[in-house]
Design a protein around this ligand. Structure first.
Ligand SMILES: C[S@@+](CC[C@H](N)C(=O)[O-])C[C@H]1O[C@@H](n2cnc3c(N)ncnc32)[C@H](O)[C@@H]1O
Length: 226
């Protein structure tokens, strides 16, 4: 009886931690909810073996990593059949939470560091996600095209745009033209001064936690370059 109560309490605690995601995404399927709930244990387990995320970050994984990643979905819903590239995904952010939200979208997650991609692959396998391909490589060496390119904390926009040149598909499936959706923070006026078509969205308009006060989604539509 005590063991059963303990198991129940553990399940409840796990559910409560992921609750911050369910609060902002109330229409998730049971499978999506289970995927989000399982994330913390999978990261904690793999992080013990291959240290890629700090202990503090694991403790706050739902706020700082998972919810932040899903912020992109507040601005762009991906249609079935969309292809999305996550550049410099690290442990899988924003790619993995987005892949849970959009199971019919194909995600390619790349990182230049092999052990980070190892963690990503283990988490993807642990969840049984079939819409994620993880690649250990520099993005400059990738030879494929995508509808959208997402990223967080990898490079300043001029460098980033240079790296992903020619990686955007010509035809747009969505109302919004194909391009970059980048999670950034703080004052971006200097970094983005040469990108006149950029649109900036405040995540604080959607998420009430202090963490999001300065957090933004930067959208940069891109022209197709054969
Ligand atoms: C600060 S981490 C951010 C990781 C993740 N996006 C996040 O927000 O948690 C930056 C990551 O970008 C990767 N990276 C940097 N330059 C890259 C490149 N040219 N191609 C692929 N990955 C790159 C690094 O290996 C590192 O894992």
């Amino acid at each position: 009886m005590i063991m059963e109560m303990l198991t129940f309490a553990k399940t409840l605690i796990k559910y409560m931690k992921a609750d911050i995601i369910f609060k902002y995404f109330p229409d998730l399927t049971e499978e999506q909810k289970q995927h989000f709930i399982q994330l913390e244990a999978l990261y904690a387990d793999w992080n013990q073996k291959i240290n890629v995320v700090s202990r503090k970050d694991i403790d706050e994984i739902y706020l700082r990593h998972v919810l932040h990643s899903t912020g992109i979905a507040k601005f762009q819903q991906f249609l079935p059949g969309t292809t999305v590239l996550d550049v410099g995904t690290g442990g899988g952010f924003p790619g993995i939470p987005l892949a849970i939200l959009f199971p019919e979208t194909q995600f390619t997650l790349v990182d230049a560091i092999g052990k980070k991609i190892k963690v990503v692959q283990h988490v993807v396998d642990g969840l049984g996600l079939t819409n994620v391909t993880a690649k250990h490589m520099r993005v400059e060496d990738l030879d494929a095209k995508f509808d959208f390119i997402v990223s967080r904390a990898v490079a300043a926009m001029p460098t980033f745009v240079r790296w992903i040149k020619g990686r955007i598909k010509k035809e747009s499936l969505h109302e919004r033209r194909n391009g970059i959706l980048y999670l950034k923070g703080g004052d971006l006026s200097e970094e983005l001064k040469d990108y006149k078509t950029t649109e900036i969205y405040n995540l604080s308009d959607h998420f009430s936690e202090d963490f999001f006060e300065t957090k933004k989604v930067v959208y940069l539509p891109l022209k197709y370059k054969g």
